[in-house]
Design a protein around this ligand. Structure first.
Ligand SMILES: [Zn+2]
Length: 321
């Protein structure tokens, strides 16, 4: 019951967040799928081959670790989904293992190793994550990872394990990973990502070098999006605002029409509910509460209107919906 009441309350709170954006939702069918790096001038936005929008300080730090041989055994990249945590992790894995860096600490992005890492298919790269976003990362997955990390690298300099959305790990999985962090194997680098350090066990966080990633300025994201073919300034501005400066999420919105459709449907519902009776609002809240999968997907993607406006909260679920 508390859940439903909170849900009802959150519907009311949404009143202030419903804006004229709804009327200008994009004709996203016209978007083209291109990587930003293919369309943007390198200029100041992108840092060489790390190919990231923003996070300059993080790239500088990690590049220095690679160049000076000061790699940590474990890193934790935190920040809201879509901010670039996974991309940064992959770039670090490439920078560590690229056999032909064009300059110190820069992955070439074109060799076989870099391409395999980009596609998350390199034999010395392990990707560990819950089966679905919003699901549970299980202890068996961590144990399987530990077995592979105990082997020497197959062909790269380092074995790299990227554990995505580690806040989804259950307590057994967290405790199992703790052992690996306490007894780090040589030639192994672990990279965890999470919404916030506070969502993880303090004993895990204390064994990682923590890099807290923030959303980029909306104007910068908009500028980057405008370089994409077929993207108008108005469309780019809208996506950048909806994504609240998370360039990864902005790209997903532009490339996944159903996300925008879903958002528009939710906005329609909420606008209609503003004029609805209390009984209708509770009925809606109850129906939503029963659809656990939809709720999980909405929260995991931060695609629901309540979450999209507040990226970076330290808690896993800020509101019940
Ligand atoms: Zn390379």
């Amino acid at each position: 019951m508390t859940f439903v009441v909170n849900l009802f309350s959150s519907i009311l709170n949404l009143q202030s967040s419903i804006t004229n954006q709804q009327s200008s939702i994009l004709n996203h069918q016209s978007f083209h799928e291109h990587r930003l790096s293919e369309t943007l001038p390198s200029a100041t936005i992108y840092l060489m081959n790390w190919d990231l929008l923003g996070h300059d300080w993080a790239v500088d730090l990690l590049r220095e670790h690679v160049v000076k041989g000061r790699l940590r055994h474990a890193y934790l990249f935190t920040g809201p989904q879509g901010v670039g945590r996974r991309t940064l992790a992959l770039r670090l894995a490439q920078a560590i293992n690229c056999p032909q860096p064009p300059s110190p600490g820069e992955p070439c992005r074109t060799c076989r190793t870099c391409k395999q890492i980009e596609q998350m298919q390199h034999p010395d790269l392990s990707i560990v994550q819950a089966e679905v976003e919003g699901g549970t990362l299980k202890v068996e997955q961590v144990r399987e990872l530990q077995r592979s990390l105990s082997l020497t690298p197959y062909e790269a300099r380092y074995r790299v394990a990227i554990l995505l959305r580690f806040e989804e790990a259950n307590p057994s999985a967290s405790n199992a990973l703790l052992k690996t962090l306490e007894e780090p194997a040589p030639q192994v680098v672990l990279i965890l990502t999470a919404e916030s350090a506070e969502a993880l066990l303090p004993t895990i966080v204390s064994r990682c070098e923590v890099l807290r990633l923030r959303p980029s300025p909306v104007e910068q994201v908009s500028q980057a999006l405008q370089a994409r073919p077929g993207m108008t300034a108005e469309q780019a501005d809208l996506l950048a605002h909806i994504a609240a400066g998370r360039v990864g999420y902005a790209l997903r919105l532009s490339e996944t029409p159903e996300l925008l459709e879903q958002r528009r449907a939710w906005l329609d519902d909420h606008q209609r509910l503003l004029a609805a009776s209390r009984v209708e609002r509770f009925a809606y809240a109850e129906a939503i509460a029963k659809d656990k999968d939809a709720l999980r997907r909405a929260h995991a993607r931060r695609g629901c209107v309540c979450c999209a406006d507040q990226p970076g909260s330290p808690t896993r679920y800020r509101r019940p919906f």
